[in-house]
Design a protein around this ligand. Structure first.
Ligand SMILES: [Zn+2]
Length: 669
């Protein structure tokens, strides 16, 4: 047996390494190890914490994956109120602010300007350099404790990087990057759920969840931008100085820009109206603050807001246009999405001529019609949407829009599942679905088949050369027909066939992703490929096994299993395998689970479990349940009257645990 202190050192070292890698990845954006190497460290730590529950800690990096579920939210009274800011809407407002400041303060004034991140304000409290609570701003006086979700945001340090023990409260903005927001909404739509209107709603909705697994699965991030309260050993003289200190402690920050006069601030604000669209996250304005803390104290606060800061809000990004047509698209899963087509307008820095109308209910609720003058907004600066109708400009001859009752492509009657906003084409052979399915299969993030894009798929379907995914791998038998297609030259046919052949060497995850199983995106496909290692093993998956894959929820498991049990899907897989598409995953990692790779013997009478239940649990945790004790045995679970097997284990120096300890290990999972 190893010394307890030695194990503790190992656990602490693993935690430190993992937090450093989190910092490199999530704050600096400079990972130093691969995801696989990170997983190995995480797995080792998880196993040790499970084996030694007394050494576990709520601050361990293993707790960042979520799992804690609250019964309800607890209110938190902020030690220092989180004030709101006065708003400025134009240059005049900013000049007036400058005048008010100069009236109170003598000497030169420097301003710092920061992005006003469009997210949810939180206060993070550290005692002794350790995160103790995270709370929403609420009404500024009282917020809600969301520590369980805050911990899942990996760019937030659990422990500050500081030589002195520091007590600190910082204010930050939790947000969702544009790319993550887009992906989240795609998933929501696939699930038939309401899409989030903008990244701010998505961030707020994710943080205010009782189940931290939900927050952990959402791409949340944070920027910290202000010290609200600090212990005296942190002597800070200016905002700029505090910025450097916070950054050194491990917080993720945006570098503030410093100006010596208000006219330069105004120029910068003007410039950012357009340039903000190049950022990977949303900002809805800029915050202008007096830099010097002494000057700030002198200026003081009103009941509502500090007198030393003001929020400059960007003008709204709306454009007016006339709808020429409403079109309905059919997606890969059969969901019908209505789009408005209109005269091109410039909004949020780009010219657009179509915008989403979300779904059937949205059109009905706003009574949006062809011929209407409407406002277009680049909601969340990502997806342009029609937000409202100018009814006073409606021509006399418009008619209420009738949402199609048939699929616009295959004319099958559409269905709408109760409680879902999505209307779907149920026809499995709908050409629109088939085309999108095939296009997805060959796409870069899936099988990555070069030279076969959407237009080639169109040609192949038109010429009756493909209809299903396996047909792609029969194309080499149809060379003559391919070369005969006018728009495909002999050379491009050869390249295409070579790329198809090449794809048989792909990693398994590309195939899983390419098959377009509902709810199974690229990330989930990678987890599955790593866990199962081969198509053959994947086909044997059951619910119990799937629950052991990290970040793999019940809904995903159900979706995968119902797809796998579909005979058509299975035929497709069998055809693919027969055609030589039987992919493996190189990166297979050992199956997780506390008993992974261990041989466990159960003996004696148990109180809580039957013998079979215990065996089932051991196997489900990656272990092997064995009937007899030998040198190969790693652990013996001994109930009452354990008798000779326990004796033998003792003589062989094998670790013996009681039913209670076994139970504790499971609870720690
Ligand atoms: Zn259809």
């Amino acid at each position: 047996m190893r010394e307890h202190s030695e194990i503790q050192r190992e656990i602490e070292s693993l935690r430190k390494q993992l937090e450093q890698h989190n910092y490199n990845y999530y704050v600096l954006d400079k990972p130093e190890i691969t995801d696989g190497e990170y997983d190995v460290l995480m797995k080792s730590l998880k196993a040790l914490e499970a084996e030694y529950p007394e050494l576990d800690s709520p601050l361990s990096p293993t707790k960042r994956v979520g799992g804690e579920v609250l019964a309800g939210f607890t209110k938190i009274i902020h030690d220092t109120p989180l004030l709101s800011l006065d708003n400025a809407f134009n240059a005049e407002d900013l000049r007036a602010f400058d005048k008010r400041v100069k009236k109170e303060v003598s000497g030169p004034v420097s301003y710092v300007v920061e992005f006003k991140i469009d997210g949810l304000t939180v206060a993070l409290k550290y005692v002794n350099s350790t995160l103790v609570t995270g709370a929403t701003r609420g009404n500024g006086i009282e917020g809600e404790e969301v520590t369980h979700n805050i911990k899942t945001i990996k760019s937030i340090p659990m422990k500050l990087n500081s030589d002195l023990p520091v007590d600190l409260v910082v204010r930050g903005e939790v947000f969702m990057p544009k790319s993550g927001f887009q992906k989240l909404n795609e998933t929501q739509t696939l699930l038939g759920k309401e899409a989030f209107a903008n990244p701010r709603n998505a961030a707020a909705g994710s943080l205010r969840q009782l189940d931290s697994k939900i927050a952990a699965a959402r791409p949340l991030d944070i920027f910290v931008f202000e010290v609200i309260a600090s212990s005296e050993n942190l002597a800070l003289a200016s905002h700029f100085e505090s910025f450097e200190q916070l950054k050194a402690m491990g917080f993720k920050m945006v570098t503030p820009v410093k100006f010596d006069d208000m006219e330069s601030v105004i120029q910068y604000c003007d410039k950012m109206i357009d340039e903000r669209h190049q950022l990977s996250y949303e900002i809805d304005g800029l915050v202008v603050k007096v830099d010097d803390f002494e000057q700030r104290r002198h200026l003081g606060v009103t009941v509502k807001s500090p007198k030393w800061a003001i929020a400059y809000k960007f003008p709204a990004e709306l454009a007016e246009t006339v709808i020429n047509e409403i079109r309905v698209q059919v997606g890969r899963t059969g969901v019908l999405t209505p789009l408005a087509e209109f005269n091109p307008v410039k909004v949020a820095g780009s010219v657009i001529s179509r915008a989403t109308l979300h779904n059937k209910a949205y059109i009905a609720e706003k009574d949006i019609r062809v011929g209407d003058t409407v406002y277009i907004q680049k909601a969340g600066d990502v997806i342009p949407a029609v937000v409202s109708v100018k009814l006073d400009r409606r021509p006399d001859d418009t008619k209420a829009y009738a949402f199609p009752s048939q699929c616009p492509i295959c004319e099958t009657a559409v269905i709408q599942i109760e409680g879902e906003s999505a209307v779907r084409c149920p026809n499995a052979e709908c050409p629109a679905k088939i085309k999108r399915k095939l296009t997805h299969f060959v796409s870069r993030s899936a099988m990555n088949i070069d030279g076969v894009g959407e237009s080639v798929i169109d040609l192949l379907i038109e010429n009756d050369l493909i209809e299903t995914i396996p047909d792609i791998y029969c194309l080499d038998q149809k060379r003559a027909a391919l070369v005969a297609i006018e728009r495909l030259g002999e050379k491009s046919v050869e390249n295409m066939l070579a790329a198809i052949e090449q794809s048989k060497q792909n990693d398994l995850y590309r195939l899983i992703h390419g098959l377009g199983i509902p709810l199974i995106g690229e990330k989930a496909a990678k987890s599955l490929a790593q866990y199962f290692g081969s198509l053959e093993e994947l086909l044997k998956a059951d619910f119990e096994t799937l629950t052991h894959i990290s970040d793999f929820g019940d809904k995903m498991a159900n979706s995968l299993l119902s797809t796998l049990s579909n005979s058509e899907f299975r035929n497709q897989i069998e055809r693919l395998r027969a055609l030589g598409v039987d992919l493996k995953s190189e990166q297979r990692i050992d199956q997780e689970g506390v008993f992974a790779g261990k041989t466990v013997v159960v003996t004696g009478t148990m109180q809580k479990y039957t013998r079979d239940e215990i065996k089932g649990i051991i196997e489900s945790q990656g272990g092997k349940a064995s009937g007899s004790v030998s040198k190969k045995t790693d652990i013996v679970v001994a109930g009452e009257n354990a008798g000779s097997k326990a004796e033998k284990a003792k003589s062989l120096g094998i670790r013996i645990i009681s039913e209670t300890e076994f139970d504790a290990i499971l609870k720690a999972l």
